[in-house]
Design a protein around this ligand. Structure first.
Ligand code: NAP
Length: 473
C-alpha cells in the first residue's frame, strides 16, 4: 500500500482499538494505526493484522502522515487525562478541517469541553460511544456518535459498514450535537448496571434462597433466553453458569469473589440524574450494591453479629410454580430499568439541547451492545408511535405490560424479603412504578414539615398562591 492513503486512523491499540481496526479493515477500509508503546503495534501487525489493509506509524507524526486528508482519527485510550494528553499531542500534527473522534467512555462534560476547544482550532470532533466489548468492536458494535453533523457525514459510511446490523439496518445513527453520543453511552451503561443487578438478584434468590443447583440455574437462564427475556445479558448469564473451573471442576461462578468493580459510568448516570432531578432508582441501586459488595469485611462482621445468612426455605412450598413468576417479575423489572434510563435521556435531551430521537437511540441499541434485548423492539415501537413520550411507561402498551406482571414482581419482592435475600433492584423498580402511578404522593406532609420547622411555605390544592401556617400555638 502506498503512503498517505489510509481512509481512517486508529490511535490506541488496546482491547477496543485493535479490535475495531481489524473490523474496519475487514470491511475493506485502509486503516492507519498507532500506539504509544510501539512494541504493542509491532505485535499487532505480526500476530493479528496479517494480510489486511493496515499500516502503522511508528511515531505520532508518521501516523498523521499516512492518513488521507482531511484526516479522521479514532482515539481509543482510557477516559480522562489520557484523552486530553493524546489530543494535545495530536493537535500540532493536524490540519484545519481534520476530524478527531473520541471512542472511549468519556464523561459528557469533558466531551463538551473538548468540542469547544477543538472547534476553536478549526478541527472537527465527535464523541463516539462504542458498546459491545471486545467481540462487539471486532465484529460489529453498537455505535453512538454525537457532535457536528458534518463530522458524522465524513465517516458515516465507515461507521455504518462496521457497526452491528439488525434486520439489515446498521446499529449506528447520528444522535445529536455536542456530547449527545457520550451521554447516550453513559445512560446505556447506567441501564446495563441496572439490568446486571436485577439478574444477579434473581440468581441470588434462586441459589441462596431456593437452593437450586448452579446446573439447574444454567438451564433456567438458557430457557429464559428462549422466551420473553431473550437478551445478551441473560444469554451470557446462562453461559457463565455452565462454565466449570478447570482446576477444581466446580462451577467457576462460585469461585469468583463477590466484589463488583466499576469504572464510573453507572455512578455518572446517577449523579447526572440527581442533577436533572430525574428519578432512576434501580440504576442508583445497582451502583449502591456494587459499593456494598466491595465492603466485604463490613458485611462479614455484620453477618456474624446479625445472624446466619438466609438458608434454603420453602418459598410457599412450590419452586416450580415460583420460577415462571420470577421470569415475569424479572421482565417487569427490566422494562422499568430501561424506562428509567430512557426518561433520563428525554430529560437530558431537553436540558442539554440534544434533540434526541428516542426511536433512533433504541434502534442503535438493538444490536451489538450489552443491553440488546427483544424488549428493546417493543420500547422502540412505543417511541415510534409517540416520539414525545416523556417516559416509555406512559405508552399504553408498555404500561400495561408492567401492570400485567405487577403481581409477579410483588411475589418476587415478598418472597425475597421472607427469605432474607436482598433484592433492592426489584424493590426499587416496584416502588418507582407504584410511585409513578400514584396521582397523589405524601409530599404534602413533607411540605407541612418544611413549613413547620423552616417557614418554607406550601401550596394548596384548593387555592392559588403560597402559604405559611403558625404551627405552634
Ligand atoms: P485498554 O485496553 O486499556 O487500552 C488502552 C490503550 O490506550 C493502550 O493501547 C494504551 O497504550 C493507550 N494509552 C493509555 N494511556 C495513554 C496515554 N496517556 N496516551 C496515549 N495512549 C495511552 O483500553 P480499552 O479497553 O481498549 O478502552 C478504550 C476506551 O474504550 C476506554 O475509554 C474504555 O472505557 C472504552 N470501552 C471499553 C470497553 C471494553 O470492553 N474494554 C467497552 C466499551 C468502551 P500503551 O500500550 O502505550 O499503554
Amino acid at each position: 500500500m502506498s503512503k498517505t492513503e489510509c481512509d481512517i486512523g486508529v490511535l490506541g491499540l488496546g482491547v477496543m482499538g485493535r479490535s475495531f481496526a481489524l473490523n474496519m479493515a475487514d470491511r475493506g477500509f485502509r486503516v492507519g494505526v498507532y500506539n504509544r508503546t510501539e512494541e504493542k503495534t509491532v505485535r499487532f501487525l505480526e500476530e493479528q493484522a496479517g494480510g489486511r489493509p493496515i499500516e502503522a506509524g511508528s511515531t505520532l507524526q508518521a501516523f498523521a502522515e499516512i492518513l488521507k486528508r482531511p484526516r479522521a482519527v479514532l482515539i481509543f485510550v482510557p477516559a480522562g487525562a489520557p484523552v486530553d494528553e493524546t489530543i494535545d499531542e495530536l493537535i500540532p500534527l493536524l490540519d484545519p478541517g481534520d476530524l478527531v473522534v473520541d471512542c472511549g467512555n468519556s464523561h459528557f462534560k469533558d466531551t463538551d469541553r473538548r468540542n469547544r476547544m477543538l472547534a476553536g482550532k478549526g478541527l472537527l470532533f465527535l464523541g463516539l460511544g462504542v458498546s459491545g466489548g471486545e467481540s462487539g468492536a471486532r465484529t460489529g458494535p453498537s455505535l453512538m456518535p454525537g457532535g457536528s453533523g458534518e463530522a458524522y457525514r465524513r465517516i458515516r459510511s465507515i461507521l455504518e459498514a462496521s457497526a452491528a446490523r439488525v434486520g439489515g439496518e446498521p446499529c449506528v445513527a447520528y444522535l445529536g450535537p455536542g456530547s449527545a453520543g457520550h451521554y447516550v453511552k453513559m445512560v446505556h451503561n447506567g441501564i446495563e448496571y441496572g439490568l446486571m443487578e436485577l439478574i444477579a438478584e434473581s440468581y441470588d434468590l434462586l441459589r441462596r434462597g431456593l437452593d437450586l443447583s448452579v446446573e439447574q440455574l444454567a438451564s433456567t437462564y438458557a430457557k429464559w433466553n428462549e422466551g420473553v427475556l431473550n437478551s445478551y445479558l441473560i444469554e451470557i448469564t446462562a453461559r457463565v453458569l455452565e462454565r466449570k473451573d478447570e482446576k477444581t471442576g466446580r462451577p467457576l461462578v462460585e469461585l469468583i469473589a463477590d466484589r463488583a468493580r466499576q469504572k464510573g459510568t453507572g455512578r455518572w448516570t446517577s449523579m447526572d440524574a440527581l442533577d436533572l432531578k430525574t428519578p432512576v432508582p434501580t440504576l442508583d441501586t445497582a451502583v449502591t450494591m456494587r459499593n456494598l459488595s466491595d465492603r466485604r469485611e463490613e458485611r462479614e462482621t455484620a453477618a456474624r453479629v446479625l445472624g446466619p445468612e438466609a438458608g434454603a426455605a420453602s418459598c410457599g412450598g412450590d419452586r416450580e410454580a415460583f420460577l415462571p413468576r420470577l421470569e415475569q417479575g424479572l421482565l417487569a423489572a427490566m422494562i422499568l430499568a430501561y424506562a428509567q434510563g430512557m426518561s433520563l435521556l428525554k430529560q437530558a435531551s431537553r436540558s442539554y439541547g440534544y434533540g434526541l430521537d428516542m426511536s433512533a437511540v433504541t434502534g442503535v441499541w438493538r444490536g451489538g451492545c450489552i443491553i440488546r434485548s427483544a424488549l428493546l423492539e417493543e420500547i422502540r415501537g412505543a417511541f415510534r408511535e409517540e416520539p414525545d413520550l416523556a417516559n416509555p411507561l406512559l405508552s399504553p402498551a408498555l404500561g400495561r405490560a408492567v401492570m400485567k406482571r405487577r403481581a409477579d414482581l410483588v411475589k418476587v419482592v415478598s418472597t425475597a424479603a421472607e427469605l432474607g435475600v436482598p433484592v433492592p433492584g426489584f424493590m426499587s423498580a416496584l416502588a418507582w412504578f407504584d410511585a409513578l402511578r400514584s396521582a397523589r404522593l405524601p409530599a404534602n406532609l413533607i411540605m407541612a414539615q418544611r413549613d413547620y420547622f423552616g417557614a418554607h411555605r406550601y401550596e394548596r390544592v384548593d387555592e392559588e398562591g403560597t402559604f405559611h401556617t403558625q404551627w405552634e400555638a
